[in-house]
Design a protein around this ligand. Sequence first.
Ligand SMILES: [Zn+2]
Length: 155
Amino acid sequence: MSCHDIGRGMNSVVRTTVTLMDEGKISKEAAKTIISCCAKSVNWCDGNEGEAIDYISKCMCGRCMKIVPEGGKLYSVYDVSRDFPDYYHLDDYLATNGLCEECFDIYLEERSGDKTAGEKQRKYIEEHCRPEDYTSTGEYEDNNNGYPWVNYTLA
Ligand SMILES: [Zn+2]
């Protein structure tokens, strides 16, 4: 099995977890914990952490778990400047690396103690990234990293 298979497999777990959360069968906090675990389960294998959360990474905030409407801002903590305090652990306390504008500002202040960190880093991202890198699609991915979803119905 390749690392890409692991990423796609975890993304399938993420999709099911989000479906259960949306149906009210599990709590938001439980979903956050499971999704964070799915991303980390690829063991920081380059790129596959992204595959593991592909279902939600372009539309859902990894802190409040809300869908950011299409065209809204969704900033990745990976895109902040590398000299940000504890840069390599910024995603440790989130379900995914993408955050809505409100959560981005709150979270970066929590991590740095600087009230203006969010505003400064949003500007940095907008100067260094393409608009599509920090803009929500507003919807879940309709494929698993380019492969069709496999659906099962439990007996
Ligand atoms: Zn949020």
